[in-house]
Unconditional design. Structure first.
Length: 225
């Protein structure tokens, strides 16, 4: 037979169950928060464009800005301006120029000032009759590592006379990188176009590069150098 105390306890249980329950709130754990400020965004975007050789207008779209806002969590994030990007490009090139100048001089001294560079050059003319000259160099450093460096892209709007182009390359390479073509270049390589071949003839004397390369390899392998 139920007692008064038991009836009271049961009544309290029913009373508690009738009370409305508070809403269940869950704590959302944050696993990752972007740790990048505006300067960091500018640096990363500029580095991406430069290393992949992409044009600046790739980052001027509204969609790209939305992408930055979403990845950084900052709705007020801004894309680097054209002027800032140009300044970064200038600083990047200046660092490359100093590094290349130091590297070429070091390798030249390691070989006791023996010519060691192969210069590759080419030129093209656009519809406006402007000649664009491009130069790169290749060599094997003192640790036997093949190296290839892009050195110059120069616009020449006053024609493509072979002697003038050769003088332009000689002056620009010497001024920018301390590269004396006459003293440091072993070979020059160009396509079979007559204009390009004439430029090579003005830069270095004619030679048979295949025979010269085989001779250098033989001398190095036999230790006669």
């Amino acid at each position: 037979m139920p007692t008064a105390t038991a009836d009271l306890v049961v009544g309290r249980k029913h009373q508690r169950s009738a009370e409305p329950k508070a809403p269940c709130t869950k704590r959302h754990k944050t696993f990752w928060t972007p740790q990048v400020n505006q300067d960091g965004v500018t640096a990363h975007v500029a580095r991406w464009l430069i290393r992949d050789g992409l044009p600046y207008n790739m980052i001027t779209t509204p969609t790209f800005r939305e992408f930055l806002a979403g990845t950084t969590g900052n709705p007020d994030v801004t894309v680097l301006s054209h002027q800032i990007y140009n300044d970064i490009l200038d600083n990047s090139y200046e660092s490359f120029r100093k590094y290349t100048k130091s590297l070429l001089l070091k390798e030249f001294n390691e070989l006791h000032e023996t010519p060691f560079i192969t210069l590759e050059h080419d030129l093209c003319t656009n519809k406006a009759k402007n000649t664009i000259v491009g130069v790169s160099c290749e060599f094997i450093d003192h640790q036997w590592r093949p190296r290839k460096l892009a050195l110059l892209t120069q616009v020449k709007s006053d024609g493509h006379d072979s002697e003038e182009v050769a003088n332009l390359l000689d002056v620009e390479l010497k001024q920018r990188y301390g590269l004396d073509v006459e003293k440091m270049a072993r070979f020059t390589i160009s396509d079979t176009a007559s204009a390009a071949r004439k430029v090579s003839n003005h830069l270095t004397p004619r030679c048979k590069p295949t025979v010269r390369c085989m001779r250098l390899i033989y001398v190095s392998a036999t230790g006669l150098a």
